[in-house]
Each structure stands twice: as structure tokens, then as C-alpha cells.
Design a protein around this ligand. Structure first.
Ligand code: IDP
Ligand code: MG
Length: 140
């Protein structure tokens, strides 16, 4: 029996788009073998971001995060593949780009800029439940 296909939400954050890394990031997802199912360039509003990042409300980086995510366009992508949720988070690397492993998107392309929120290029859903919720928010 073959495990069922999975979908995840990837968002290329404003730093990735403004640094012209959209193609590089899409290319890593494609080269890994995942399918791009849908893609949108969006200027996200506060309502969408507050819902997307609800779990972080009250944390010290919450307001800077919401402002950063509104600072320019982002690219939202619906990506599919077996174990793609876990697989994309492995491609992305850990949250802090300074210590993210070389070979990952954050480790190769990101760095610390001394700001209250980490500019780490990409978001990826972290569980099947989160992926469903986030995909319906960004692709409704
Ligand atoms: P993730 O994106 O690796 O899943 P989360 O913990 O969900 O990380 O945090 C959401 C985003 O908030 C991160 O990608 C990063 O931009 C920012 N962030 C998280 N933790 C910190 C922190 O301790 N300092 C600054 N920014 C943070
Ligand atoms: Mg997260």
C-alpha cells in the first residue's frame, strides 16, 4: 500500500521576494521532486496574517513578525508530495538562519540582520492539521 499524497503551504516571505530568491526557492522545491499545485503573489493583510500566526500572539516577536510579513509581497504555494510537510521543513532548515544547516534554504540563503524578528525567507506548515487550515486561509 502506498501512503496518501500530502499537501503543504509554503510562503516565500517578503525578504525572499525582495532579494529575488523566488526562483531559487521554487527550484529547490521542484528539484526535490515535489509538485507545485497552485501559486499566488499576494500582499497579505493583517487579518490573514493574524489568523495564520495566531499561535504566536503575545510573543515578543509577534508584532514585528506581522509587520514584516506585510512589508512587501509574498508568494504562497500549494505543494504536494508524499511526506511533503516534513520534507519541505527539512529543505527549509531550522528557524534561526544563523545556525540553520548549510544545504538548507535558510542555512544557505539567510542570515541574521539584527532585527526583532528573524528574516528567514520561507514558511512551511508544520503538521497535516496546520497545513489544511493554512491552505484554506491562503487559497480560499
Ligand atoms: P518556523 O517558521 O520555523 O515554523 P515559528 O516558531 O513558527 O518558526 O515562528 C514563526 C516565525 O517567527 C519564524 O519563521 C521567524 O520568522 C519568527 N521567529 C520565531 N521565533 C523567533 C525568535 O525567537 N526571534 C525572532 N523571530 C522569531
Ligand atoms: Mg511555524
Amino acid at each position: 500500500m502506498v501512503a496518501s499524497l500530502e499537501e503543504t503551504l509554503v510562503v516565500i516571505k517578503p525578504d525572499g521576494v525582495s532579494r529575488n530568491l523566488t526562483g531559487e526557492i521554487l527550484s529547490r522545491i521542484e528539484a526535490k521532486g515535489y509538485q507545485l499545485v497552485d501559486i499566488r503573489l499576494i500582499h497579505a493583510d493583517r487579518e490573514l496574517l493574524a489568523s495564520h500566526y495566531a499561535e504566536h500572539e503575545g510573543k515578543p516577536f509577534y508584532e514585528p513578525l506581522i509587520e514584516f510579513m506585510q512589508s512587501g509581497p509574498v508568494v504562497a504555494i500549494r505543494v504536494s508530495g508524499h511526506r511533503v510537510i516534513e520534507g519541505f521543513r527539512t529543505l527549509a532548515g531550522t528557524t534561526d538562519p544563523t545556525t540553520a544547516a548549510p544545504g538548507t534554504i535558510r542555512g544557505d540563503l539567510g542570515r541574521d540582520w539584527g532585527l526583532p524578528v528573524q528574516h528567514n525567507l520561507v514558511h512551511g506548515s508544520d503538521s497535516p492539521e496546520t497545513a489544511q487550515r493554512e491552505l484554506s486561509l491562503w487559497f480560499s
